[in-house]
Design a protein around this ligand. Structure first.
Ligand code: ATP
Ligand code: MG
Length: 504
């Protein structure tokens, strides 16, 4: 990138305003990133830098790149690795923690929100266990692509500020180029952070952590009569809405462990994630998820389970707040019960919108289910079916695209009259409806084979052009452009399934 060759240096100043580093010492380990040999900037997110009030030119200078690679600690940075525990595929691990990431510090963005700036892949920490503390270029770019695509699609998520290569090899099944991702989040608090102190029976730390989370993310809870209940309600509501958004986009997180479930309600940790292509509720991408624990349709259950683990950790606070064991427990249950209601509401509203409906009728649920069942039987591409439905909404002459999604188009033809009858009960013109639908059903998502191709070019040939091209297309996911058909098309499933998505 030519910006790195700029000799006219601007000093790098990051206006850190750290709060996590003020918490007690047992919340983290103070540890600086490990310097690397030859850092090289692959990508800098100019818009995000601007939102954070950071000087992009200075970030792209050799000094800035050294900071982004972890070779240099910027002034005001108080690097640390956060402590956390977590249930991984249902099994509890008392101590995980940031084994390959360093929180550099926090900045307050132009939007007034406080953001963590964190390096991922920046070397060993006291939480590394047997890991090397590093990340390979492929997974770093996958996280960059998918997190930024999710942000553009309006899904709460961690963001990607930069990707740099380290010049050092990492050893996985093969030797791979190493890289560091600069990740930005409203915070990196996880359900697992609460579990860490719960496992130690440290109620004082839990209270401190909950108060910190309330101040940072749920200020409305601070003034509530039952602040910890209000906090739990807040997390439950945000996570229910988040998972509904994933479902509406066909997004499969892949590794919904409690340490990968954020308190802020943002999507975090893009490991074995993928967008579903042929619709099937039981789709799994992670090669280690043999039981389908984190399959597409199990995501709401998995999240509800994770939230129950959170509720468990703050039970002592709820008991105190309610003035008794039973009342405290009842409060936790009541809060968790809200998950289904919020999830269903968000899902149904979103699904109606996908179908072009602006009003609500009870029979809509069965209309949606009927379509999804037909899509499942016919292995119809999830994203494209809804997108081509927008063309059909403009008039029956636009049916060809959506019909072609079904192996047997009769499956669509049988459903279509039901849908058209329902549409006729609303007062939108076909053009208005199609336009509305095109703003909710993306045409471009991070197609798995394109993500893989971009990662492969970067890994094998240090060719970052496919990565750049993909990012550019994904920056306008709703706006269908001529010549970009390959970006909208799935690979043949048999080509795709042969790849595994677990490289971290
Ligand atoms: N190469 C590695 N070296 C050291 N620790 C690692 C490495 N890879 C993963 N870990 C640690 O293993 C645990 C689980 O890893 P997981 O893949 O969920 O997280 P991650 O992708 O490293 O990070 P995050 O959740 O912050 O996105 C975490 O504690 C993580 O820090
Ligand atoms: Mg993780």
């Amino acid at each position: 990138m030519s910006l790195t060759e700029d000799r006219d240096l601007k000093p790098l100043r990051i206006p850190f305003a750290n709060s996590y580093a003020r918490l007690p010492e047992n919340f983290y380990a103070r540890v600086a990133p490990t310097p690397v040999t030859t850092p090289r900037l692959v990508k800098l997110n100019l818009q995000l830098a601007d939102l954070l009030g950071l000087d992009a030119e200075a970030l792209a200078s050799p000094e800035g790149v050294a900071v982004l690679a972890g070779s240099r600690v910027a002034e005001g940075s108080e690097p640390l690795a956060m402590a956390y525990a977590g249930h991984q595929f249902g099994y509890f691990v008392r101590q995980l923690g940031d084994g390959r990431t360093n929180l550099l510090g926090e900045v307050v963005g132009r939007d007034g929100i406080r953001y963590d700036i964190q390096l991922k892949g920046s070397g060993r920490t006291p939480f590394s266990r047997n890991g090397d503390g590093r990340a390979a270029i492929g997974p770093v770019l996958r996280e960059y692509i998918v997190s930024e695509a999710m942000a553009t699609l309006g899904v709460p998520t961690t963001r990607s500020l930069a990707a740099v290569t380290t010049g050092q090899a990492v050893f996985r099944e093969t030797v791979l180029p190493g890289a560091v991702l600069t990740r930005v989040a409203a915070s990196h608090l996880r359900v697992g952070t609460f579990q860490y102190f719960f496992a130690q029976g440290d109620v004082a730390a839990l209270r401190r952590l909950a108060d910190y989370a309330i101040e940072r993310h749920y200020s409305e809870a601070a003034t509530a009569t039952r602040r910890y209940r209000a906090f739990l309600d807040g997390v439950v509501t945000r996570q229910a809405k988040l998972v509904a958004q994933w479902m509406l986009l066909g997004f499969i997180h892949g590794v919904m462990n409690t340490d990968n479930t954020s308190i802020s309600g943002e999507t975090i940790d893009y490991g074995p994630c993928a967008f579903m292509e042929a619709y099937h509720p039981r789709t799994v991408f992670s090669s280690i998820d043999h039981q389908g624990r984190y399959s597409y349709s199990n995501q709401p259950n998995a999240m509800h389970w994770n939230l129950a683990r959170l509720a468990e950790t703050i039970l002592p606070l709820l008991v105190e707040e309610e003035g008794g064991d039973e009342a405290g427990l009842a409060s936790a249950y009541e809060s968790l019960e809200q998950f289904g209601k919020h999830y269903e509401a968000a899902l149904n509203t979103g699904m109606r919108r996908k179908l072009g409906l602006t009003t609500e009728q009870e029979s809509d649920t069965s209309l949606i289910e009927d379509l999804l069942n037909r899509m499942m039987e016919q292995r119809a591409d999830y994203t494209l079916t809804f997108r081509r439905l927008c063309d059909a909404a403009a008039g029956a002459e636009g049916n060809a695209g959506v019909r072609s999604m079904f192996t047997s188009p009769a499956a669509f033809d049988e459903w279509e009259p039901r849908w058209r009858q329902r549409l006729a009960q609303e007062n939108l013109s076909p053009e208005e409806r199609a336009a509305l639908m095109r703003r909710t059903n993306p045409i471009y998502i991070p197609r798995n084979h394109l993500v893989e191709a971009a990662l492969e070019a970067a890994t094998e040939k240090q060719d970052f052009q496919p990565f750049e091209d993909l990012l550019q297309v994904l920056a306008q996911p709703y706006d269908e452009r001529p010549g970009l058909e390959p970006y909208a098309t799935p690979a043949r499933p048999e080509e795709y399934v042969s790849k595994t998505f677990c490289g971290t």
